[in-house]
Ligand binder design. Structure first.
Ligand code: HEM
Ligand code: HEM
Ligand SMILES: [Fe+2]
Length: 458
């Protein structure tokens, strides 16, 4: 770590750990409800659990991106963060807004728009919060000594994510119009600008972990951005098939969304190629696992499992079933959860000085979460495909089908237990690393990246 102010990233990451744990609790509440154990129904009905589960996911990922920015931007700009105090105000207000929204869901204060359930008045607070964050990071870049592609792509990704939140706040009387613009947020986030955030964090980590020249890595980043925009913008059409939008979206959405896996394939090939070229052995092997793992799993979850149901001929059967949940879990996990866990794994030893890299809990955390997630996705896939056949091909009643497929949720819960064990081990390492300290700040003229305080050297 080079700058004192980078330490504030730790608190964003700690928030991630807390919210991820809570998200999993709500996953289990839904999983048990699916097999008939719905004892909490009176207080936490399925719809409230679902909205809480997915919104917690989005908030902890955003907290992770913000933490990553607070860690990466000072280093890439060659100066301290513009204001640590602002970062604190922003983090605390983010938590306050998040907690208020979640309490609201339990009191039936929500908008029934999937992923955008946060009520409009709170949306304005979200906007104010994000503006504060963008100002702080933007000023750091402006006043910095140097610019880098990685840093600018990260900033542009964050800025565009903020701008794209706005179309979801417009009020429409028409369901079609509301749906149309809801996808500007949901789709253009995960299949557009969040990919810039992911690509830039990936590129930062690869520069640090593989030692390959920045020029080479950043050239790849341009290619990935190009592929993302080429396919992702018009790819939005794969959500316009059946909402009442004009018919040409069937062709446009089908064609361009079928190209979307290319960007994720690009990232996977890029990460593996850089790993192979790597000239140095960075001691933090687990961070490399998470980094390369993220590039590969995002291709599987977003690219491959996304393409599996993106053509109108397939989507007309699978739309809105558990096939979507199958893809949603693996895509969010591979692309965005894993990149956040990668930057946490990389930066924790840098901030705290505790070299908990390559220990058994860390390795097990990586494998158990990933194997558990593959199992969960398998369970959703089997349930989803059965649902499509029974409900949509055979014409069975919706609820009768739900009872038929509930057995697959036992498999889901078993795999989720494996996954959760992995998360607990990750958090164990996080807590054991302790808090960040100024003692590990790399002196101005030192070439080292990881600074061991003199007292601890042997
Ligand atoms: C990391 C990137 C991605 C993430 C996090 C992600 C996540 C999700 C989520 C959560 C949904 C459900 C949204 C809702 O109903 O409100 C969804 C839907 C969908 N995704 Fe993705 N996705 C990603 C990339 C892709 C890609 C690259 C493709 C295509 C190649 C794709 C194809 C689809 C389709 C067709 C649907 C609609 C499913 C339906 O009709 O119910 N996704 N995605
Ligand atoms: C580990 C325990 C978890 C369990 C038991 C679980 C279970 C569930 C269940 C039952 C649903 C509702 C599906 C339905 O509509 O019936 C759901 C939705 C969802 N979960 Fe999880 N989940 C877990 C963890 C995660 C994680 C770690 C992520 C992200 C990385 C995630 C992302 C999502 C998303 C995006 C949806 C919405 C899917 C859609 O739009 O259809 N979940 N989860
Ligand atoms: Fe999409």
């Amino acid at each position: 770590m080079k700058y004192k102010s980078q330490k504030v990233a730790y608190w964003f990451f700690a928030t991630c750990m807390l919210l991820l744990s809570l998200q999993i609790v709500y996953g289990f509440i839904m999983g048990f409800a699916r097999i008939g154990y719905d004892g909490l129904h009176e207080w936490i009905p399925f719809n409230a659990a679902r909205a809480t589960h997915t919104n917690l996911l989005v908030v902890w990922l955003l907290a992770g991106f913000m933490g990553a920015a607070h860690y990466i931007i000072p280093e890439e700009s060659g100066r301290e963060l513009y204001s640590v105090k602002l970062a604190w105000i922003q983090l605390i207000s983010l938590i306050v807004v998040g907690v208020t929204a979640i309490i609201g869901f339990h009191l039936n204060w929500w908008e029934g728009r999937k992923f955008l359930e946060i009520p409009r008045p709170l949306d304005y607070l979200v906007v104010a919060n994000v503006l504060l964050f963008l100002f702080n990071i933007g000023m750091t870049i402006l006043k910095g000594k140097k610019y880098s592609t990685t840093q600018l792509v990260l900033y542009i990704g964050l800025l565009s994510a903020a701008l794209l939140y706005l179309p979801g706040m417009i009020y429409f009387r028409s369901q079609t119009m509301d749906s149309y613009f809801r996808w500007w947020v949901v789709h253009l986030w995960v299949e557009g600008v969040w990919e810039l955030i992911m690509g830039s964090i990936l590129s930062y980590l690869l520069i640090k972990l593989t030692g390959v020249d920045r020029e080479v890595i950043e050239k790849w980043l341009y290619v990935i951005i190009g592929l993302t925009f080429l396919s992702g913008i018009l790819g939005t059409g794969h959500h316009y098939y059946y909402i009442g939008a004009p018919k040409y979206w069937l062709a446009v959405g089908g064609f361009f969304s079928a190209l979307e896996p290319l960007a994720f394939l690009g990232m996977a090939l890029f990460a593996v190629a850089m790993y192979r070229k790597s000239g140095r052995q960075h001691p933090n092997k687990i961070a490399l696992y998470w980094t390369i793992g993220c590039a590969i799993m995002s291709f599987v979850g977003a690219g491959f499992l996304g393409a599996a149901h993106t053509l109108p001929q397939v989507n007309m059967w699978t739309h809105g079933t558990l096939v979507t949940a199958m893809h949603g879990h693996m895509a969010f996990w591979g692309a965005y959860a894993m990149i956040v866990l990668a930057i946490i794994t990389y930066s924790m030893p840098m901030m705290t000085g505790r070299k908990l890299w390559n220990n058994m809990p860390g390795l097990l955390a990586f494998w158990l979460t990933n194997i558990g997630m593959v199992g969960m996705v398998g369970a959703f896939a089997v349930a989803g495909i059965a649902q499509v056949y029974l409900e949509r091909k055979m014409g069975m009643d919706f609820l009768a089908v739900q009872r038929e497929i509930s057995v697959h949720f036992i498999a889901l819960l078993c795999s989720a237990t494996l996954f959760t064990t992995g998360v607990i081990l990750f958090i164990y390492n996080f807590v054991k690393s302790g808090q960040p300290t100024d003692e590990v700040i790399v002196p101005e003229n030192s070439e080292e990246e990881f600074y061991t305080p003199v007292a601890e050297r042997n």
